[in-house]
Write a new protein. Sequence first.
Length: 75
Amino acid sequence: MTQLDVAFRYGTPPGENELRALTCARDVYGVRKIEFDEDQQLVKVEYDATRLNDDSVAAILRGAGLDLKEKVELV
């Protein structure tokens, strides 16, 4: 298993429904950890790169209802 991190900036903060959907996504898709930085409006995701890539992680987040704006390079 290869772990990678990706971060995205979001617009509208996630509500209860979006967070609930993300909990289900974590159980199914190989997403290991999801962290939110509300001050910078960032969501950081740790995922299994043998099963997913950055685009598929973005699709999962959008499918859960997150208002993703752009990918942010992690330094």
